[in-house]
Design a protein around this ligand. Structure first.
Ligand SMILES: Cc1cc2nc3c(=O)[nH]c(=O)nc-3n(C[C@H](O)[C@H](O)[C@H](O)COP(=O)(O)O)c2cc1C
Length: 392
């Protein structure tokens, strides 16, 4: 299993059929859509709802998925796909397939090993991990668990600049190579599922581990966070988000981070152009999985005009509703360089821990590569909007 994603092409399907002769079955369903139902049955209800839920009426969550149904792949025949390769380099990361693990916070609500299990799975599968500021394990723990793996750090920019600078220094020291600033969560969205349960894990001390382990944060408390949990949580509430942030604040990041910087949460051409004008290295076209602005456009609808406008100036990544290989093909054809997956790996983590995450990564890559080859595309460069058609 260890070298699955490091092979030129994934061999998970062959392995499963061969092992099946001896009676073995894959540890989780091969259709990743089925993970959500399984997770609903098996996970703690409040954890499942926190992960599955979105903002308001969850219109944008549904729309993220629906947009993929409006674009259809038009397969082409008799092209040579015998020696296909979908390798690429994105923002310094060598990818065997254009897939990354998107940032998801509070993973201990899904599994006791949380982000550390994901970091190990990412290293095993050879897929970059983007670690959340809102993690339930620390930057240092995740860095160590990820070892020689490729890792990026996602920043929720705290109101307190000393803490922000401290996070960046810790991430750099722990081997994180790219900084991903999430723009869409300066405030927490209106999330009825969590409100109905009055459930916010951070107020119960899960998801603030990077803060509690931070020397700059600790210096603002009456004593060590471990001995002053209530004060630590209250201080977290006060500094978590900064609704006053503007484009004018971005130079602070350049001053404190000497690597590449990506802005996550872009949905408009105007903001994508501002990101390029600000000298950013990449953007993630994302609406946070429909968890922030209910009624917002599907992330996939936002992608084509943005890729058209700025794709030659910076790296355009995409997330929102990736559930199978065909979804990846569509996002790439519409201009993304790579995609981030999120909810499916979190369900798999909840269901089967580290091995579940490896399963999702291998299954998704297998499905993607087979769909590419069957649709007639031997390389990523072959893929253009012509590979798709739009239905009304
Ligand atoms: C439970 C959960 C927690 C998340 N936490 C973060 C986070 O800490 N930082 C971040 O930038 N995005 C976060 N996201 C958003 C994801 O990175 C991603 O944009 C989104 O989930 C994509 O939609 P999908 O999972 O439906 O494909 C979170 C998403 C979920 C479902």
């Amino acid at each position: 299993m260890a070298d699955g994603l490091n092979q030129p092409l994934e061999s998970y399907q062959d392995e499963i059929y061969l092992n099946g002769v001896g009676g073995a079955r894959s540890i989780l369903p091969m259709n990743l859509l089925a993970l959500e139902d399984l997770a609903r049955q098996r996970m703690a209800a409040e954890s499942f709802d926190y992960i599955c839920g979105g903002a308001g009426t969850e219109d944008t969550v549904r729309e993220n998925a629906a947009a993929f149904r409006r674009w259809r792949i038009v397969p082409r025949m008799l092209t040579d796909v015998s020696a296909a390769s979908y390798a690429s380099t994105v923002l310094g990361a060598e990818l065997a397939a254009p897939i990354l693990l998107g940032p998801v916070g509070v993973l201990k609500i899904a599994h006791p090993e949380g982000e550390v299990a994901v970091a190990r799975a990412a290293a095993t599968a050879g897929v970059p991990m983007i670690m959340s500021t809102a993690a339930s394990c620390t930057i240092e723990e995740v860095g160590e668990a990820n070892g020689a793996g490729h890792r990026w750090f996602q920043l929720y920019w705290p109101k307190d600049r000393t803490v922000a600078a401290s996070f960046l220094a810790r991430a750099k020291a722990a081997g994180f190579s790219v900084l991903v600033l999430t723009l869409d969560t300066r405030l927490l969205g209106y999330r009825p599922r969590d409100l109905d349960r009055a459930y916010l894990p951070f107020l119960r001390g899960t998801g603030n581990q990077n803060y509690f382990s931070d020397p700059a944060f600790a210096a603002e408390l009456p004593g060590p966070p471990s001995e002053h949990q209530d004060a630590a949580i209250l201080h977290w509430v006060q500094i978590f988000g900064d609704a006053s942030l503007t484009w004018a604040d971005l130079p602070f990041l350049r001053a404190h981070w000497d690597g590449r910087i990506v802005l996550k949460g872009i949905q408009s051409v105007a903001d994508a152009e501002r990101a390029a004008d600000a000298g950013m290295d990449g953007i993630v076209v994302s609406n946070h999985g429909g968890r922030q602005v209910d009624g917002g456009i599907a992330s996939l609808e936002a992608l084509p005009p943005i890729a058209q406008a700025v794709g030659s100036r910076l790296s355009v990544l995409f997330d929102g509703g990736i559930r199978g290989g065909a979804d990846i093909v569509k996002a790439l054809a519409l201009g993304a360089r790579a995609v981030l997956i999120a909810r499916p790996y979190v369900y798999a983590l909840g269901l089967a821990g580290e091995a579940g995450v490896v399963h999702v990564l291998r299954a998704l890559r297998q499905d993607f590569e087979l769909t590419m080859r069957l649709a007639g595309h031997a390389t990523l460069a072959d893929l253009t909007p012509d590979a798709l058609t739009r239905i009304p």
